[in-house]
Design a protein around this ligand. Structure first.
Ligand code: PDD
Length: 278
C-alpha cells in the first residue's frame, strides 16, 4: 500500500510520524473517509467542505488547497491500482512539545491511506442496540478522538450486533459511526443536523436522491419511542452504505427483514455509484 504523508508518497511500512505528534498525544486532529468508485472520488466537494468545517471548528488552518487535496487523494488511489477504494485522510495539529495550548508555527501532519472496497451483496439485515450517547457536544466535528464511539461500538459487537444507536435526552442522534433513518408510515425520517450529530455525506445523498425520486422523507427529531415502533431502521455511512437493521435490542424491527423502502433506496444508491464508475 502506498500512502501520502506530508507531501510524499511512500510504502505504508516506511511512513513515520513523531511520537510527539498531537494526534498521538491528544487526539488533536480531524479526518474524513471518502469512497472512490473506479478511481472517481465520491462526493468530493461535500467531503472536502466537511473537512474545511472540521478544521475551522478546531482552529486549524487547512494545510492544502482544494486542488492540492484532490491531487493527493486521486494520486493515492492511482498508486494503489485504482478501482473501488475507501480513502482515509487525517490532519493533526503537528508535532510539538506537549502542552495543552496550541503550539506556535507548527506544521500540521497530513496523512492519507486507502483500502480496496469489496463489492457487497445486498444486506439481509443486521442487529443493532441502543445506548445513551456518552459523547461530547461537538459531534459535528469529525474528530479523530473517537474513544467514546469505539466503546459504544464495542457494546454492540459484544452482543453480536453491527451498530449502537445513540439516544440523547430521549431522542435518537446517530450511530456510533453512522447516521440513522427510520421509516414510519412510508416516510423516511432522519434527525436534523446539529452539533450532536455528524453531517453524513451518505445521509445527505439519500435525502437528495429520495426527493428526486419523489419518495417521502424528512428531517425531524426522532423520539426513542418512535425508533422502537418504526417499520424500518437504517444505518448509513460511506463504508457501510445503507444497512437495514432488523432487530433492535433483540426485538424485531417491522417484519424482521429489510424493508420495502430500504430496497428502493438501496437500488438508487447502487445506480448512483455505478454512474460514477463509468
Ligand atoms: N464514519 N456519524 C458518525 C459518528 C460517523 O463516524 C460516520 C462515518 C457517519 C456517516 O458519515 P458519512 O456518511 O459521511 O460516512 C455518521 C466513518 C465512515 C468512519 O469513521 O470510518
Amino acid at each position: 500500500m502506498i500512502v501520502y504523508l506530508n507531501g510524499d508518497y511512500l510504502p505504508l511500512e516506511e511512513a513515520r510520524v513523531s511520537v510527539l505528534d498531537r494526534g498521538f498525544i491528544f487526539g488533536d486532529g480531524v479526518y474524513e473517509v471518502i469512497p472512490a468508485y473506479n478511481g472517481h472520488l465520491f462526493r468530493q466537494e461535500a467531503h472536502l467542505q466537511r473537512l474545511e468545517n472540521s478544521l475551522k471548528n478546531i482552529k486549524l488552518e487547512n494545510p492544502l488547497s482544494r486542488e492540492q487535496w484532490i491531487e493527493a487523494l486521486e494520486s493515492v488511489v492511482a498508486h494503489n491500482n485504482g478501482g473501488d477504494q475507501s480513502i482515509y485522510l487525517q490532519v493533526t495539529r503537528g508535532s510539538a512539545k506537549r502542552n495543552h495550548n496550541f503550539p506556535e508555527q507548527v506544521v500540521p501532519t497530513v496523512f492519507i491511506m486507502s483500502d480496496p472496497i469489496e463489492q457487497q451483496p445486498p444486506s439481509s439485515g443486521v442487529k443493532a442496540i441502543t445506548c445513551a450517547d456518552t459523547r461530547w457536544q461537538r459531534c459535528d466535528i469529525k474528530s479523530i478522538a473517537l474513544l467514546a464511539n469505539i466503546l459504544l461500538r464495542r457494546q454492540a459487537v459484544e452482543v453480536g450486533a453491527a451498530e449502537t444507536i445513540l439516544i440523547r435526552d430521549g431522542y435518537v442522534m446517530e450511530g456510533a459511526a453512522s447516521n440513522v433513518f427510520v421509516v414510519v408510515d412510508g416516510v423516511a425520517i432522519t434527525p436534523p443536523k446539529s452539533q450532536f450529530i455528524l453531517s453524513g455525506i451518505t445521509r445527505d445523498l439519500i435525502l437528495e436522491a429520495m426527493r428526486t425520486a419523489q419518495l417521502s422523507c424528512r428531517e425531524a427529531n426522532i423520539p426513542e419511542a418512535q425508533l422502537r415502533a418504526a417499520d424500518e431502521i437504517w444505518v448509513t455511512s460511506s463504508t457501510r452504505e445503507i444497512l437495514p437493521v432488523i432487530t433492535l435490542d433483540d426485538k424485531p424491527v417491522g417484519l424482521e427483514e429489510p424493508g420495502a423502502v430500504w430496497a428502493k433506496v438501496w437500488q438508487i444508491y447502487q445506480d448512483y455509484k455505478q454512474k460514477l464508475r463509468v
